[in-house]
Every structure is written in C-alpha cells, then in structure tokens.
Design a protein around this ligand. Structure first.
Ligand SMILES: [Zn+2]
Length: 197
C-alpha cells in the first residue's frame, strides 16, 4: 500500500480505531485503510478518500464469512496479520495512553478546583470525596470546562442545605448525581442515534 504510516495512523485516529462498515474496533479486528474511490478509478491518497475498514469488510466479506477467509490464508498471510495486529495494538495503546494522561491532568485540575471552592473544610477531604471515576467516564464525551460549571452548581446548591452531611460530602454527592445523569442522557442519545441509522 502506498499510504505512509503517518497518514494511516491519522486515518485510524480520526475514525477512532473503528471499522467504518461494521463498527468493530482494535484490538478485536485488524484494521486497514481503504480507498473509498479506488486508485484504479481515479481515487486519490487524500484523507477524504480514505476510510478505516477491518480486514473482512475491506474484502467485502461479512463477519459470517470469517471462517472462509481464515481458511484461505496461508502461513505467510498469517504472519503478516500477526505483525499487523502487534503494530496496531501499539498504535492503539499509544493513543489510549495519551488520552489517559490528558484525563488524569484534567481530573487533577477539577479536583483542585472542587477543593478550592469548599471553605473551612480540609482540602484532603475534598480530594477523598471527589468522584474521580465518574469524572473520567464523563470526560469521554464531555469537555472538562463543562464539568467546572457542574462543580460550581454542586457547591453552591449544597452550601445552603447539606442535609446533615458536611459540605464536602454533600457537594460531592450532588456532583456525582449530576454526572450520573449526564452519562445516562448520553447513553440514551447514542442509543437513539443508532436506531435512527
Ligand atoms: Zn468491519
């Protein structure tokens, strides 16, 4: 294939390491870059003519034909595919690692912000109560700037009525509840989108 490794990586990254035909991802399937209009029919190597396809979809074979595809492959193909899988896993892990690092940084910042908003209670308590796990889930689909606002809301609302808890605990509970709702909304809207397709 004439496409450079760098461009290939960019296409995979743009398409979220997901086959654009069947929706399966690395590491479940081996991905390839496919020309939407083939080079033989005048297509180019420009990124808008390139898409991510899994091994089977690129050959016009559905999941059910996987067995046939596997039988038709010789040892040489098998070795190339194994090497390819290794390579894609490395690329995929690299991206995942970068995302994880970005999330860690954002979670830390949000946690610091949360603790700075609560007065008269120890910062360590704010860090313990901060729902970092939920925030990480939300960061997959939301901007962290939006979470700043949710922290403001949670701290403000619970400053008047903490229902017997200390303020840190009450604000963290409130924040968790809003974040859970956001995740639920997101799940519902993605399900609806996939029904509409
Ligand atoms: Zn596919």
């Amino acid at each position: 294939m004439a496409i450079s490794l760098k461009l290939r990586f960019e296409i995979f990254k743009r398409d979220g390491f997901t086959c654009q035909y069947c929706g399966r991802k690395t590491p479940e399937v081996i991905l390839e870059v496919e020309h939407i209009i083939p080079l033989s029919k005048g297509g180019t190597d420009e990124s808008d003519n390139l898409t991510t396809s899994c091994f089977e979809c690129n050959r016009g074979k559905g999941k059910s034909l996987l067995d046939t595809v596997l039988k038709d492959r010789d040892i040489h193909d098998e070795t190339i595919l194994l090497a390819e899988r290794e390579f894609q896993l490395a690329e995929y892990n690299y991206i995942k690692k970068k995302i994880r690092e970005r999330e860690n940084k954002e979670i830390q910042e949000l946690m610091d912000y949360f603790s700075s908003k609560i007065h008269g209670e120890p910062a360590s308590a704010a860090r313990d109560e901060f729902p970092g796990y939920l925030v990480r889930q939300c960061l997959k689909t939301m901007s962290y700037i939006d979470i700043y606002e949710l922290i403001d809301v949670s701290v403000d609302i619970t400053s008047k009525d903490s229902k017997g808890d200390n303020h840190t605990v009450a604000a963290a509970k409130y924040l968790s509840a809003i974040l859970r709702n956001k995740l639920k909304e997101k799940k519902i809207s993605t399900t609806l989108e996939s029904y509409e397709k």
